[in-house]
Unconditional design. Structure first.
Lengths: 488, 342
């Protein structure tokens, strides 16, 4: 038995991992950062970046060294010149066949690369630039006052080459005499890349390090002699290591039982789950128990009166009940029983009377399906040999039903019951929001409406893990109660 | 003797005969046909006005005609020729002007016209409830069919592969579907829809990507059973490839499961769509049953009962018909599926 249990627990691991992977694929890979959706359109890139930073969305997905940053939105020029539209000397060319959309920077000018917010101090970044330079020269610098340097050096070499030097701000023009030791004092780092001329599109990566005080950073593109065409321009930030990724972040969050923070209520999700589970269970457990007792009783009645008028009537009623939409049950129940006849309180969660109507509606709406299901189970049992034997021995009809059929029917029933238990925790989405019960279902609906990813993800994840555990429990129940199940 | 030999009874032939004798199944079938016709008509109306770039009749607002009750309630005696027309409830204005000149036929036609004007009433913006209900049928059928088109291929292909090849493939597919089935269904659908974005695409993907699990499990079990049968072994001995055996030989023998699952999943898909549209994450900008319910819910408290009632009835009958037909199909094709449905 012990070996069986341990083996089953080990079998759970892949499923739990699968659930983690699926939620990750769904929310991180397909969904992406919900920052813009939750915070609204007119929000500063800095706030968005902070939102992502907090939730790990600014990291690479699975594996990687570089991640995007909102300090400079990726410019691809597929549709328009984007932020370059207003810049003097810049012309935009729409994409054509074989030719990507690009901007052309007129020669002999400096073009600033404005950042939306300060870079992280001491972090390594890189520009990823896809460009074409047919003639002349262009340079990419990461600090101000670079013109002097460019003119001094000339453009003899067409290969781009690193030109890194640290200088004090007081003498920016004097490149050759700068002492690297001074750099630490002033905190400036200067880097210039010369771009090669070539008639084809080419890509360069220009790494640089933000200094101690990134506020003084100014980056420019300088062109000389020929126009520079740019078709993509991206800024990337280097991460601490290859595994500093969203997936690892997510796994570590789960390991710490930290489900993040709701961006709607600004509460910790774990706290919200704790608060919500009580009201949810107050609603779902009574529904579940009443439903079970009523449905099994009716199913037994059907088995007792099988193939009579009553049995057929019950089946018809069950199908009719099944076909009424759940929403309609709630709306009519609330309107007629609560509002018109005033039998029940309408909205709120103050005393047990507030639960009566939702429980009633929950029971009625699920009754049809459950009665049909249990009736099928009971009838399956009714045609077994042992029932015929019992009748032949002269056992009375109620005796057969309650002693023999119900007992044997308990095996499929218990499977069904145990499997249904984890779904109690998510509460009833609609009942809770209609009747103002502050449970997990209500929370889930709100989270969907406000695209509160962390909350939905936590509910889905915990629900799935509970389901896996319940599955284990069913198997153990089987092993305990049914001697026919062999453990192996 | 001769007669019974000539009349072969295949699985489908048998099922067909059994279904035709089942009056409930036949009635359900015709209900579904009527709804399908409604949906096709709705599709036609939609594309016609889309093409013409005009506001379709179900979107035309008319604030002078808001909250019109169903025409039978507005003109309860429209169809009854009366000795003294011109009393309250008269269908047309001109009838009141010259009551004596009207023949029975004219009155009959006027009555018909009055009844045909917003037959099921109008909503809060004066839009025709009947036209909107028809459009709702169109959306419901779209959702049912497209989600089936997503779920059935996934379920069938994965189920066949798992059942036929076994081993590592089977392990992987079983892992995949047990993972999917352990995620709480409705929340999973909502999460997919939330990620994809509001609109019908989210509904399709949400429902389609979650409902293949059951089908896959059933098909896998059946294929495993069929794999050991002699006809499969014979095909194998003939040197046929695994794909051919799977899809040409085994699949037709387990295809009834697909049909049963489809007919039982269809109403569930409709209900889920209603639920999602009600929450506002389903259909956008077009009348769907869920949106109509969410509209009508607020007016119900003011005594505007018709929109709610007719939408409820529309959903009820189609779901009922599919439930009954699905049951009948299942009983005719494979009664063992009754308990393995959950």
């Amino acid at each position: 038995m012990f070996r069986y249990i341990t083996r089953r627990i080990f079998q759970m691991i892949p499923t739990v991992f699968g659930v983690i992977v699926i939620t990750f694929i769904l929310f991180n890979i397909v969904g992406g950062s919900p920052a813009a959706m939750t915070l609204g359109k007119n929000i500063s890139p800095k706030a968005l970046e902070e939102f992502d930073e907090q939730r790990g969305f600014n990291k690479p997905l699975l594996l990687g060294r570089w991640s995007a940053t909102r300090a400079y939105e990726d410019a691809t020029f597929a549709r328009n010149a984007g932020s370059w539209r207003q810049v003097e000397g810049v012309t935009y060319t729409a994409p054509q066949r074989r030719e990507p959309g690009h901007i052309t920077l007129a020669p002999g000018k400096d073009y600033a690369l404005p950042l939306a917010f300060k870079l992280k101090p001491q972090a390594t970044y890189q520009w990823v630039l896809e460009y074409r330079l047919r003639s002349g020269a262009a340079s990419f610098t990461t600090v101000d006052n670079c013109q002097a340097v460019l003119t001094n050096r000339g453009y003899t070499n067409l290969l781009w080459r690193p030109f890194e030097r640290t200088v004090p701000t007081s003498q920016p023009d004097d490149v050759t005499g700068a002492k690297p030791s001074l750099a630490a004092v002033v905190g400036f780092e200067r880097q210039i890349r010369f771009l090669t001329t070539n008639s084809a599109w080419q890509t360069v990566k220009i790494p640089f390090t933000a200094g101690a005080d990134p506020a003084t950073f100014k980056m420019t593109v300088h062109t000389e002699g020929g126009a520079l065409e740019i078709c993509t321009l991206k800024l990337r930030r280097q991460n601490a290591n290859w595994f500093d990724t969203q997936f690892v972040f997510y796994l570590s969050q789960i390991a710490r039982f930290d489900f993040g923070k709701s961006n709607f209520t600004n509460q910790r999700v774990s706290q919200m789950l704790k608060d919500g589970i009580g009201p949810s269970l107050c609603l779902t457990v009574p529904i579940f128990l009443v439903e079970l007792v009523v449905a099994i009783s009716i199913a037994l009645l059907c088995a007792f009166l099988r193939n009579t008028f009553v049995d057929r009537l019950i089946v018809v009623i069950a199908v009719v009940l099944m076909s009424v939409n759940y929403l309609v049950w709630i709306i009519f129940g609330q309107y007629v029983l609560g509002y018109r006849w005033g039998w029940f309180p309408l909205w709120g969660f103050e005393s047990w009377t507030f639960l009566l109507l939702p429980v009633l509606i929950g029971v009625v709406s699920g009754l049809g399906e459950n009665v049909r299901f249990y009736r099928t189970i009971m009838l399956d049992e009714m045609y077994r040999d042992y029932v015929r034997t019992a009748f032949a021995k002269g056992v009375s009809r109620p005796g057969v039903l309650f002693k023999h059929v119900l007992k044997n029917g308990m095996i499929p029933i218990s499977t069904n019951v145990v499997i249904a238990i984890p779904f109690l925790y998510t509460g009833s989405l609609l009942l809770e929001s209609f009747f103002g019960i502050p449970g997990l279902g209500n929370m889930g609906i709100n989270a969907v409406n406000y695209s509160d990813v962390d909350v939905i993800r936590a509910i889905v994840l915990i629900g799935s893990i509970l389901y896996v555990v319940a599955n284990l429990m069913t198997d153990l129940c089987y092993a305990l109660f049914d001697p026919r199940v062999r453990l192996g | 003797m001769n007669h019974s030999i000539n009349k072969s009874s295949s699985l489908w032939g048998d099922a067909w005969r059994q279904l035709r004798r089942d009056r409930i199944a036949v009635a359900s079938f015709w209900i579904i046909v009527v709804y399908l016709a409604m949906a096709l008509y709705g599709e036609g109306v939609f594309w016609y006005f889309h093409w013409k770039d005009m506001a379709p009749p179900y979107q035309q607002t008319n604030l002078r005609e808001e909250y019109l009750a169903p025409s039978v309630f507005r003109h309860p005696f429209a169809m009854i020729p009366r000795a003294d027309p011109g009393v309250v409830g008269s269908p047309a204005v001109e009838q009141r002007d010259q009551p004596a000149a009207k023949s029975v036929a004219t009155r009959f036609r006027a009555g018909l016209r009055a009844l045909a004007h917003h037959p099921l009433g109008t909503d809060n913006l004066g839009r025709d409830v009947f036209q909107r209900t028809v459009q709702g049928a169109r959306i419901a059928f779209q959702v049912g069919i497209i989600t089936a088109c997503i779920a059935i291929p996934i379920g069938v292909i994965l189920g066949c592969l798992a059942g036929y090849f076994g081993g590592k493939t089977d392990d992987f597919i079983v892992w995949l579907y047990s993972t999917f089935s352990s995620i709480p269904g409705l929340l999973f659908i909502l999460a997919i829809a939330m990620v994809v974005g509001k609109g019908l695409l989210g509904v399709y993907l949400g429902i389609g990507l979650t409902t293949w699990v059951n089908l896959c499990r059933l098909i896998r079990g059946e294929v495993m059973k069929h794999k050991t049968r002699t006809y499969v072994q014979a095909a194998h001995v003939l040197g046929l490839g695994p794909l051919r055996i799977m899809f040409r030989h085994i699949l037709p023998n387990v295809f009834h499961i697909v049909i049963i699952t489809f007919s039982l999943r269809f109403p569930a898909a409709i209900s889920t769509e209603v639920f999602m549209s009600f929450l506002g994450i389903g259909v956008q900008g077009e009348p769907s049953w869920g949106i109509m319910i969410s509209n009508a819910r607020l007016r119900l408290w003011q005594g505007v009962w018709w929109e709610m009632t007719f939408v409820t009835a529309a959903i009820f009958f189609i779901v009922l018909a599919f439930n009954l037909l699905g049951d009948a199909l299942r009983d005719a094709l494979d009664p063992r599926l009754r308990t393995s449905e959950r």
